[in-house]
Design a protein around this ligand. Structure first.
Ligand SMILES: O=c1[nH]cnc2c1ncn2[C@H]1C[C@H](O)[C@@H](COP(=O)(O)OP(=O)(O)O)O1
Ligand code: MN
Ligand code: MN
Ligand code: MN
Length: 221
């Protein structure tokens, strides 16, 4: 097993038990599973994680040119991958309670104003190899609350360690046909967060399937 050289004890330290969940896996290892199915006893020993897309539709024009469509919040993670706020559900913890806890830890989410509920569930995936279930939620908030969240995230408990900063996603494509959203999609994404993003942009009618396909095919010139 690969061992980090720059940690004194020559191991993964406290990450040892969970870092393998963050390693790149092939999409064939992951399949969609219904939320109810994940409560089946056969998955009782699976590790569960839950992440959430927080977004606010907007029709601002970037530089008076490009339709920004929506403010969508993602984060640069400690591991250099881009992902959604959220994380591992503790043993015995209720899934949405775990997601809300992780959102408080990672972006200082104000549970007085918003809480993630099962109605916000979008899709779940299971990775049988890793015995890992990934739940994904999405919540639309007013732009003013979105902007408030961005500011408050700087004082989140995990800001500057697990979370290296939050980003908004450029959902427009610039005149060269690549910069903006297509360029953003060339980043390294955590887990299946890239697929989760693309599917929810279509499902939430922020982008059409054709636009997503065009962005995926675009090449830098
Ligand atoms: O945004 C994501 N969507 C799907 N899977 C993800 C996402 N971010 C990470 N992951 C995978 C890979 C991670 O190792 C596990 C656990 O999530 P993580 O956020 O790292 O867990 P903690 O915040 O440390 O509890 O899920
Ligand atoms: Mn976390
Ligand atoms: Mn996390
Ligand atoms: Mn955690």
């Amino acid at each position: 097993m690969f061992r980090m050289s720059n940690i004194d004890d020559g191991s993964w330290g406290h990450l040892a038990d969970t870092e393998h969940f963050g390693r790149k896996t092939s999409s064939s290892d992951v399949r969609v599973i219904s939320y109810n199915e994940t409560t089946h006893p056969k998955y009782v020993n699976y590790t569960k994680a839950g992440h959430c897309m927080i977004y606010s539709k907007q029709n601002e024009k970037m530089f008076g040119l490009y339709d920004t469509r929506a403010a969508v919040l993602m984060q640069m993670r400690f591991d250099g991958y881009i992902g959604f706020p959220g994380g591992l559900i503790d043993d015995g913890e209720n899934t949405v309670s775990g997601v809300n806890r992780e959102l408080v830890e990672e972006i200082n989410f104000d549970l007085e104003k918003f809480t993630i509920k099962e109605e916000h569930h979008v899709i779940s995936h299971v990775n049988e190899k890793l015995k890992l279930i990934l739940h994904f939620f999405a919540i639309e908030v007013p732009l003013q609350d979105f902007e408030e969240m961005e500011k408050k995230s700087l004082s989140a408990h995990d800001y500057g360690n697990e979370v290296m900063g939050i980003v908004r996603i450029p959902l427009y494509t610039m005149g060269d046909g690549f910069r903006g959203f297509p360029a953003f999609l060339t980043n390294a994404f955590a887990g299946n967060s890239r697929e989760q993003l693309l599917q929810s942009l279509i499902q939430r009618q922020i982008m059409t399937k054709e636009e997503i396909e065009r962005a995926l095919e675009a090449k830098a010139i």
